[in-house]
Design a protein around this ligand. Structure first.
Ligand code: B3K
Ligand code: ZN
Length: 882
């Protein structure tokens, strides 16, 4: 850890590097208590960069390294300077060879960045700045080099030795050691470097590309997981085909490998030809993984694969451009998932996630533009804004250009920039050039933080047969940005008549008919659109498919929402109308409860639920989405001051009240779904399970012993993890002590040997809103299978508690906050990235009532006062308090 104050890095200070590294030859000698890294770099002066007369010094990045030797053009060098972050030397020629040996200790690397050990295997994580923990290097994405890597290790413990590219040679050394050399023909930045050494088994398959090339596909896992890779392999093949069909992108190497590791800071990493995955994003099997886990595996496999073009072949010039690859790739993977599953349901899931989480980030102290202007620690900027909002920005470009125009633009982008490290501006420029479009105003989406509000009003003029929609946009101030300018907001919309039919659209004064649905481009702070030939006052269906990441408000009455929920021909907006009604009802209930008055159920909400429950023609997954109440987290986000207890009370009350009012309809639909006997992992079967288990959740609120029995039976008899887990969740959140304990014990015994299944067990208990949540979590921290060293465990227990168990985390005495702060301080010494992520729930302190605010601030201040805080935690905590 550094001792001086961490430095802020600014986008405006970007400069090209002084040197390029054309070739990088690495040899890793791996031992149990250390590793030796020998690098040989062919370096060349960057002559495109204007220099002062003298040749600039070469400053290589390096952290936590023991420097063993340096040679310049094969001569030992002693004239250099080393500090905590760099190695500086003064070359005399414009091109030269530099050979460096460093010694590192992967077995003691608990930060899981650089080269580290996960269980018995060596693996790497270099994005964003992990390569500098392996050897001295120009560790920045605009320095692209051809890598050759030799790995040397004990053959018995590490029979499998992998790196990027193709294997080119191998052999034996004395003492039972062996080596393999890999060569990657594609120049790449160091963040895409990877190495794996371990005792792994292999699932192998192949894929024939669109030009008939045969690609060797390999998934490496620890031997006990061999049976759990089929779904990932399948997802990989479908991703490869999809990227050919939808983007014209073909895979480029002869081999594509995925390795699953248990200790990993995030989901997965797109290293060239050698993706390294958190095992939670690879392993999936009926017995051990839920449908959600299956879908996550599919999405992450696709995401990392798609990076081969959007990220690797065309990479980022600097880390401020992160959304160039991440926003685009998230958009690509979400479209892939939409094509593989239900498009509308996928969109609902993404929008729900965005609004509950990214909107909260955009309204909090860490708010930043999709392309940030500055950072202290880049690891803190792998955010929902860069990823999810970034994907929404790309989606809007897709909407504005249409599928064909967008494809022309991406073709040009990939062709023009293949092999380069570029910026978000280059991406936009390619879309503009391919379409003759002008996105100069649109680009504000990259530079302005905050979620724009879009207020809409309407006026119908019967005499003129005109209907007017008036838009007013306003983006709230965010840290460092008080003034915002109007953004381009594409509003996909239709107008419905009193039978729910879409009216033909035509703008006043224009001849052209727009069909039944159009996209309005709102570009001004205030703007009006007038529709002609409208014979009756319509109801607008606005922002279909959530065509822009804004907070739209239109003065819909509750009856309007009921009408839209039942009649809007657009599935997404039918869901949106039901959600809008539920939000409105819940916000009303919160106020009534806080005023100490009795609560009543608005029958209109029950009426919508009754209608969709009876609608067997509607996709079962859609029914499940429509009858799911907005989350507590979303209600917190929407509130000016969030009263967590009242929100929880009102939401639970409403759930129970709906369950009682609709008991027979819920039970009937539940029973009808029981018959679909055999397990299958296809979208229809998943949809059925999703609905069935949503219904079970409601039915468990009716205090009916027969339902509890049914739930226990499902828990015991289920032939898949989705049903088993749903039953467990229902029991754990119920007040029925005996079946709850029995189920938890049974589950723990059965699955003790399956770390990912046990993560679920921890997480379900951490999320239980039953009283005593903190004590339960503290007790679970002592469980023999829990460890702070495994990020999945930390997320499952501490993350789930602080992020999803709002009533228990926010308990009035502040013990939840104290607990979290203690864990952050403890974890910061082991793994700063994971520690910094845990700060998020505390960083939102301004959202809550003043007593909570004080308690949360106190804990943040206590963290900030800790000695030797990492820059990661320092940045988030100091910004939260600013
Ligand atoms: N690119 C990686 C994320 C790396 C995070 C580094 N702290 C995974 C992904 O987005 O595909
Ligand atoms: Zn990514």
């Amino acid at each position: 850890m550094r001792t001086e104050q961490p430095k802020t890095i600014y986008l405006k200070d970007y400069q090209q590097p002084d040197y390029w590294i054309d070739e990088t030859q690495l040899t890793f000698e791996l031992f149990e208590d250390h590793a030796l890294v020998h690098s040989r770099l062919s370096i060349r002066l960057n002559d495109a960069k204007p220099q002062a007369q003298a040749q600039p010094p070469l400053v290589l990045d390096g952290q936590l390294l023991e420097l063993v030797s340096v040679e310049l053009d094969d001569q030992p060098l002693s004239n250099y300077q080393v500090d905590d972050d760099s190695l500086t030397l003064q070359p005399q020629t414009a091109s030269f060879a530099l050979a460096i040996t460093t010694r590192i200790e992967p077995q003691n690397n608990t930060a899981l960045e650089g080269l580290y050990k996960s269980g018995g295997m060596f693996c790497t994580q270099c994005e964003a700045e992990g390569f500098r923990k392996i050897t001295y290097y120009l560790d920045r994405p605009d320095v692209m080099s051809r890598f050759t890597t030799t790995v040397v290790a004990d053959r018995g413990s590490y029979p499998v030795l992998l790196s990027n590219g193709n294997p080119i040679a191998s052999g034996e050394h004395d003492g039972g050691r062996h080596w393999i050399s890999w060569e990657d023909p594609f120049p790449k930045p160091a963040y895409l470097f990877a190495l794996v050494a371990g005792d792994l088994c292999l699932l192998q398959d192949s894929f024939t590309t669109m030009t008939g090339r045969e690609i060797d596909l390999r998934i490496y896992v620890e031997p006990e997981n061999r049976e759990q890779c089929d779904h990932a392999m399948d997802s990989l093949k479908r991703s490869m085909r999809w990227d050919e069909e939808v983007y014209g992108r073909e895979y480029d190497l002869d081999i594509f490998m995925i390795v699953a590791v248990n200790d990993f800071n995030m989901g997965a990493m797109e290293n060239k030809g050698l993706n390294i995955f958190n095992s939670s994003c690879v392993l999936a099997q009926q017995d051990t993984a839920t449908d959600m886990a299956f879908q996550r595996v599919e999405a992450v496999v696709a995401h990392e694969y798609f990076h081969n073009w959007s990220g690797n072949r065309v990479t980022c010039r600097d880390w401020f451009q992160l959304s160039l690859k991440e926003g685009f790739t998230v958009f690509r993977d979400s479209e892939f998932s939409a094509d593989m599953n239900s498009r509308t349901v996928k969109r609902i899931e993404d929008v729900t996630f965005l609004r509950a989480n990214q909107f909260a980030e955009d309204a909090g102290p860490m708010a930043h533009p999709v392309r940030p202007d500055s950072f202290i620690e880049i690891s803190n900027f792998y955010t929902l804004t860069v990823y999810e909002k970034g994907a929404e920005v790309v989606r809007m470009l897709h909407t504005l250009l249409g599928a064909e125009g967008f494809r022309k633009g991406t073709d040009l982008y990939f062709e023009r920039h293949d092999g380069q490290a570029v910026t978000c501006d280059d991406f936009i420029k390619a879309l503009e050039d391919a379409n003759g479009a002008d996105f100069s105003q649109f680009k504000r989406w990259y530079s302005q933080a905050g979620t724009p509000r879009l207020d809409v009003a309407s006026h119908y003029d019967a005499a003129r047969r005109e209907y007017r929609l008036s838009f007013r946009q306003h983006c709230p101030a965010t840290p460092g940005q008080s003034e915002k300018r109007p953004q381009v907001i594409p509003v996909r919309m239709a107008l419905l008549d009193s039978a729910g039919q879409e009216l033909p659209l035509q703008m006043a004064g224009e001849q052209q008919s727009l069909g039944n649905e159009t996209v309005l481009s709102v570009t001004e702070a205030e703007q009006e659109f007038v529709f002609a030939n409208i014979d009756q006052e319509p109801l607008p269906s606005l922002l279909r498919g959530f065509s822009a990441p804004v907070k739209l408000s239109y003065p819909y009455s509750r009856d309007d929402r009921v009408f839209l929920a039942k009649h809007d021909p657009d599935g997404f907006n039918r869901w949106e109308a039901a959600q809008g009604l539920a939000v409105d009802v819940l916000q009303g209930l919160v106020e009534i409860h806080r005023a100490g008055r009795p609560l009543h159920l608005d029958q209109r909400l029950a009426d919508i639920y009754r209608t969709v429950l009876a609608d067997t023609a509607l996709d079962a997954a859609m029914v499940a989405e429509i009858i799911r109440l907005p989350s507590e987290a979303y209600l917190v986000e929407l509130a000016d001051t969030a009263h967590v207890d009242a929100i929880h009370f009102a939401r639970e009350w409403l759930r129970a009240e709906l369950a009682r009012s609709l008991k027979s309809e819920l039970q009937q639909r539940f029973d009808s779904l029981q018959v679909s006997a055999h397990y299958s992992a296809d979208a229809d079967a998943m949809a059925m399970r999703s609905l069935k288990n949503t219904l079970l959740g409601y039915l468990m609120l009716t205090d009916d012993q027969a339902v509890v029995q049914q739930c226990v039976r499902q828990f015991v008899e289920a032939d898949n993890m989705t049903d088993r887990q749903a039953a467990l969740v229902a029991l754990v959140n119920s007040p029925f002590e005996q079946p709850r304990q029995a189920a938890l014990e049974h589950f723990a015994e059965r699955w003790a040997a399956y770390p990912l299944v046990m993560d679920q067990w921890f997480s379900i208990q951490a999320g239980s809103t039953q009283p005593g949540g903190l004590e339960r979590v503290e007790a679970l921290m002592q469980h023999p299978l829990f460890t702070l060293r495994n990020p999945n465990k930390v997320r499952a227990l501490i993350g789930a508690f602080a992020n999803q168990n709002l009533v228990n985390f926010h308990r009035a005495d502040g013990a939840g906050y104290r607990f979290l702060a203690d864990r952050i301080i403890e974890l910061d010494r082991l793994n700063p990235q994971i520690a910094a992520r845990l700060v998020t729930p505390l960083s939102r302190w301004r959202k809550f009532a003043s007593d909570r605010q004080q308690l949360m601030q106190q804990e943040l201040a206590r963290i900030l006062a800790t000695e030797k805080l990492s820059p990661d935690v320092y940045e988030v905590v100091s910004k939260s308090l600013a």
